[in-house]
Every structure is written in structure tokens, then in C-alpha cells.
Design a protein around this ligand. Structure first.
Ligand SMILES: [Zn+2]
Length: 396
């Protein structure tokens, strides 16, 4: 038996704890299309696999985050057009995803086309995006080895992927019809030379923003590099693709100050459904339920809107409900973390926070961004990314 007895010193201000609470992002009262104002940022959870559960309920609660009877509401999502097209042409209506005060982002599915070897016509993708989404991305050809999915150290191959991507972007921009719909390019590359080549081919098109595709996606230095690059080119709106690892989220939130509107996505909360992995709040650890459950956990270590309704037994039942419940819990605690990071506005304070809880690489990525802010892209790139730097450091 243990009991937590909080000390009361009279000086404790309850409002100080308010920033740890979940406050659903809302566009209410904000001006402009999609309600965007400078520095706005939005987490757009990738819906993959969740749409199939949108008709399921638990205790009267919908297993989504966008219906009136959801456990909690969140006002954004990302769908890959590649999957969405297979599910329904009228995807947004079919899954009753709101049109108002909600941001629906549609990735093109270039990565899926690469991994599954299926080619979808750029025009079809655009039409599905315009039909369903608020923001859609061009169909890019990722410069990756189709077998290992790793980067290919071959600039000629990189250029071929870029050229084909530019042709797709040309086709898509020429066929745009929906004026409300925002169309973003996709930027690939992990070195300045690659970024310059890829970006130059996109400059001639009328784009509303740029989706940044990092390789590898969980590298804080790459997130920082492409963010600084986009800022140096004067891009106003960006999306960060698949950048929601523990170490990368702070970099995304930090660099959102450079843009009018930043969105970023993750499907990692979905491991709840796939691996029955329940993330423990404020920790990098997880509990396994399903077949791997060791029986040691007697109570759920969380009081989020999902966990305050369900029990461990609910997570041990068969069918797809337990996985969906766990995913929603994982999603909620991720959103809470994002909301917390959003409250740290001061750059110094952000650095202090990162030093307490994050890896050297994340801190270095922040240092790169600070250097970029003071000295510009070229100087920061030279100092943090050129090979010569490492050599000189070795002789210090
Ligand atoms: Zn929970």
C-alpha cells in the first residue's frame, strides 16, 4: 500500500498545472483558409487502419477522434491517397469526417507505390485529394532503394527520381480544379546538393506549401536540416512526414516558428492495435497486452478519457476493439505531449527542456537551428553537416 501525499506549501498555484492538460486545438476565431495564423501547428494522425473501426463502439463511445461520441476529439488527420482511394471515392463522407474546423491532409502514396510496385496515375490521386482533403501532396518518387528502402548513394539515381517527381508535379498542378484545396510539393534529399536539385525543379510550380520527407525519418538532424532549408527558401507552409519519434517531435515543434502553418503526422500510435503495445504516460516504456500480457499490471497507469472508462479486461478481449482502444490511449498521450511542447515558446527555455530530457543529437539539432537563425543556412550547413567539420573536431 502506498499513498501519495502532496505537500501544500501555500505557494502552489494550481494554474501552473494547466499546461499539462489536454486542450484540443481549435481554429475558432482564426482568420483565413483553414483558420491559419502564423506559427500554427497541427498534428495530423495518420488514419491508416483506423477507418475500418469507425463504425465500432465501446460502451457507447466511438473508436474515432472525430465524432460527437468519441472518447476525445482531435481536429486533424492524414490519409494516404493510395489507401484512401481503395477504401472509398467519397472517403470523407463515408467515414463521417467533419469538413468544418477540421484539417484533412492527403499524402499521395509515393512511398506505398515504391514498396508495393503499383503505379497510380497522378491525376487520379489529385482528383481524390481534391474530393476529400484540405491539403494534398504531389506524387513523388522517393529516391530509395526499392528493396532495402534505404537511401541510395547515387546522385544520378537521385536525379532520375527527382525528374519524374517534377513531371508528376507538373501534371498535378495543371489539373487543379478545387480552389479551396491546398496543394503542396514534396521535398526529398539529405544533403544540400540533393535538396538544391530537387527544389530547383519545383520552383516553377504554383504550390501552397511543401511536404518535407526526411531520410531517415527519425533523425532530428534531418528534421532540422529540411526545416531550415524550407525557411531559407521562403516557404510559408510545411508538412513534416512521419516525424513523430520521441527525439524528433521537439524539433518539429521548435521549427514551427519559422512557418505560417506546420502540420506533421504519425502512425506510431497505431502500434497499440498492431502490437498491443500500451504506451505509459511520461515514459518511453510500454506494457504489452494481448498474448504477451504478463499479468503483472493490475490497473491501467493512466486517467485519460479512454483509460478512465475501460479496464484491463477490456484490453484482453478478442476482436479489434482492444487494439483500437489502446491506439486511442496512445494517441491521446501523444497529443498531450505535443500540447505541452507547444507551451514552451522561448528558445532558451526550449533548449533547457531538451537538455533535461533528450539525446545529444536532438540538442545538436536545436543548436544547428539556433546557428541558422543567427548566421543563415550556408554557415549553419557548413558548420554542422559538412564532413570537414568532423575531422577538425577530432583534432581539438
Ligand atoms: Zn490512457
Amino acid at each position: 500500500m502506498s499513498k501519495f501525499t502532496p505537500a501544500y506549501h501555500g505557494a502552489l498555484k494550481m494554474e501552473d498545472t494547466s499546461k499539462f492538460k489536454f486542450t484540443p486545438a481549435s481554429n475558432a476565431g482564426h482568420p483565413g483558409p483553414l483558420g491559419i495564423q502564423k506559427g500554427d501547428k497541427k498534428f495530423t494522425p495518420s488514419i491508416r487502419g483506423m477507418e475500418g473501426r469507425s463504425h465500432l463502439n465501446h460502451d457507447g463511445y466511438s473508436l474515432t477522434w472525430w465524432k460527437d461520441n468519441s472518447f476525445f476529439k482531435h481536429d486533424a488527420m492524414l490519409v494516404s491517397a493510395y489507401y484512401g482511394m481503395k477504401m472509398a471515392w467519397n472517403f470523407r463522407e463515408k467515414y463521417r469526417i467533419p469538413r468544418k474546423d477540421f484539417v484533412f491532409v492527403a499524402d499521395s502514396g509515393g512511398f506505398q507505390a515504391l514498396t508495393q510496385g503499383v503505379r497510380e496515375e497522378p491525376i487520379n490521386i489529385l482528383k481524390w485529394q481534391e474530393r476529400n482533403a484540405d491539403i494534398g501532396f504531389m506524387l513523388d518518387i522517393p529516391p530509395l532503394d526499392p528493396v532495402s528502402l534505404g537511401p541510395v548513394n547515387d546522385f544520378d539515381f537521385f536525379k532520375k527520381c527527382a525528374d519524374q517527381s517534377h513531371r508528376n508535379c507538373d501534371i498535378m498542378t495543371r489539373n487543379r480544379e478545387n480552389e479551396e484545396f491546398k496543394f503542396y510539393g514534396v521535398l526529398q534529399g539529405s544533403k544540400e546538393k540533393e535538396l538544391d536539385y530537387w527544389y530547383k525543379g519545383l520552383e516553377e510550380f504554383d504550390l501552397d506549401g511543401m511536404s518535407l520527407s526526411h531520410k531517415p525519418p527519425n533523425d532530428p538532424m534531418q528534421i532540422a536540416l529540411l526545416g531550415a532549408y524550407a525557411k531559407s527558401k521562403g516557404i510559408k507552409n510545411i508538412h513534416v512526414l512521419l516525424g513523430t519519434g520521441f527525439e524528433t517531435t521537439p524539433i518539429i515543434i521548435y521549427e514551427s516558428r519559422y512557418f505560417d502553418f506546420l502540420t506533421f503526422d504519425s502512425s506510431s500510435y497505431g502500434v497499440g492495435a498492431q502490437l498491443m503495445k500500451y504506451n505509459i504516460p511520461n515514459s518511453k516504456n510500454a506494457i504489452h497486452f494481448g498474448r504477451k500480457y504478463d499479468g503483472k499490471t493490475k490497473e491501467l497507469p493512466c486517467n485519460c478519457p479512454v483509460c478512465s472508462v475501460i479496464t484491463i479486461e477490456d484490453l484482453q478481449k478478442g476482436g479489434s476493439v482492444p487494439g483500437a482502444l489502446m491506439s486511442l490511449h496512445n494517441l491521446y498521450i501523444y497529443i498531450q505531449r505535443v500540447e505541452y511542447l507547444k507551451t514552451i515558446e522561448d528558445a532558451e527555455e526550449f533548449m533547457t527542456y531538451a537538455k533535461q530530457t533528450h539525446s545529444k543529437k536532438t540538442i545538436r539539432a536545436l543548436e544547428f537551428l539556433r546557428h541558422f537563425e543567427e548566421h543563415g543556412f550556408e554557415a549553419a550547413y557548413r558548420r554542422y553537416f559538412r564532413k570537414g567539420r568532423k575531422l577538425s573536431e577530432a583534432f581539438r
